[in-house]
Design a protein around this ligand. Structure first.
Ligand SMILES: *Cc1c(COP(=O)(O)O)cnc(C)c1O
Length: 400
């Protein structure tokens, strides 16, 4: 049976058209863009084209606003570290409690090693940012506010345009980790006040190990990586030309498929979500249904472990995710669900299904066919389910 891949927030399949665009840059077009001969010139032209393609996807006005990096993580690190260096007399960071580890663990490190003060703004039960707390945390010491455009686990979308304006009111820079948003929802950066934006290739059908940082014209950038003059000396190192070309091609395709993402892909997601909630009781959608990526649903099945669900789904050839919970090898619910105060009994059973344009109706049917029985079976083995009358409403967990 054809495998069903519903883990597109973790990574996406490289589009065959992207592979095709990249291939010549592994063979005949092997030149170094910095070389003063024909080999270099054609490669330089390919990089320029890719930069324009990325620019168009996010609505950047100027080509020099797009800096190619090795991915989302490097872009996030570059943005935050640069702000701390360029923003004189400002040594505080305002961020959210639900960021990707690319932001959160950097902040933790800066807190411990440099005494940087980090404000982690809480979210409510739907994962929405506490805007008043955000406003209060901003001040004359804030170097940068960094809030993701959309959350990778729940799909919740944050009002980054408003957040950027609030950051500017206090003289701070504003960065957004838009890795999950780019290619899924329309983005027009030039009409916003956002200073810095991170994106990643492998979340939008380009290869892994390539991404970009948008740096608004006039915003100073201290490079994270120093060396040659590539990327106008803002990101040294010989360009990863095939990957850059691939990111450009993927950006063009993403723009072309954007309406499909918000139409067909959203409809598939909605069918799966409604179908599962109809067939399985004691299940809840986490995140903000009113403001969510069109491709993501995160459903918490009470009284069972997300990991157990994933293993059983995997046996049926279905790939999903339990969020970031198991990356640490612990059985702690993810930091995102904890920040949302999702009840323990539910958070453990959180399962994320993330779609892409590769998915079909049959994929949805397959999950609807097998998952209800898997949940029933796992619950029949769960002492928490049995010990509490099979998921009676109002049950309060007695374990920590
Ligand atoms: C995947 C992801 C990243 C990391 O991007 P890489 O290219 O894998 O380094 C950062 N932020 C978010 C929200 C992500 O989903």
């Amino acid at each position: 049976m054809k495998p069903v891949y519903l883990d597109n927030n973790a990574t996406t399949r490289v589009d065959p058209q992207v592979v095709e665009a990249m291939l010549p840059f592994f063979t005949e077009q092997f030149g170094n863009a910095s070389s003063m001969h024909g080999f270099g010139a054609s490669v330089g032209a390919a990089i320029r084209k890719a930069r324009q393609q990325v620019q168009e996807l996010i609505g950047a006005e100027f080509d020099h606003e797009v800096v190619f990096t090795s991915g989302g993580t490097e872009s996030d690190n570059t943005a935050i570290l640069s702000a701390l260096e360029t923003q004189r007399g400002r040594d505080e960071i305002v961020t959210s409690a639900v960021e990707h580890p690319a932001v959160l663990s950097l902040c933790e490190h800066l807190e411990k090693t440099r005494g940087v003060r980090v404000h982690r703004i809480p979210v409510d039960a739907k994962g929405r940012l506490d805007i008043d707390a955000y406003r209060r945390a901003l001040g004359p010491r804030t170097a940068i506010a960094s809030v993701m455009w959309a959350n990778n686990e729940t799909g919740t979308i944050f009002p980054v345009e408003t957040l950027a304006e609030l950051a500017h009111d206090s003289g701070a820079l504003f960065h957004t980790d838009a890795v999950q948003a780019v290619g899924k929802i329309a983005i027009d950066i030039k009409t916003s006040a956002i200073d810095l934006l991170s994106l990643s290739g492998h979340k939008l059908h380009a290869p892994k190990g390539i991404g970009a940082l948008y740096v608004r014209r006039g915003v100073r950038l201290r490079p994270l990586i120093r060396g040659g003059h590539q990327e106008r000396a803002r990101r040294a190192g010989t360009e990863n030309v095939p990957a850059i070309v691939g990111l450009g091609a993927a950006a063009e395709l993403a723009l072309r498929h954007l309406s499909e993402e918000c139409g067909r892909v959203r409809a598939l997601r909605d069918r799966l979500e409604a179908g599962l909630l109809e067939r399985i009781d004691n299940a809840m959608v986490t995140g903000d249904p009113a403001n969510r990526l069109p491709n993501t649903t995160n459903i918490a099945f009470e009284y069972i472990e997300g990991e157990a669900i994933l293993l059983r789904l995997n046996r049926e050839g279905i790939a999903a995710s339990s969020g970031s919970a198991c990356t640490s090898g612990s059985l702690e619910p993810s930091h995102v669900l904890r920040a949302m105060n999702v009840p323990y009994t539910a958070a453990h059973g959180a399962t994320r299904f993330s779609f892409s344009r590769d998915n079909t109706e049959e994929d949805v049917e397959r999950v609807l066919d097998v998952l209800p029985a898997i949940v029933r079976d796992l619950r029949s083995l769960s002492p928490f389910w049995q010990g509490n009358g099979g998921g009676q409403a109002g049950f309060q967990p007695t374990y920590a």
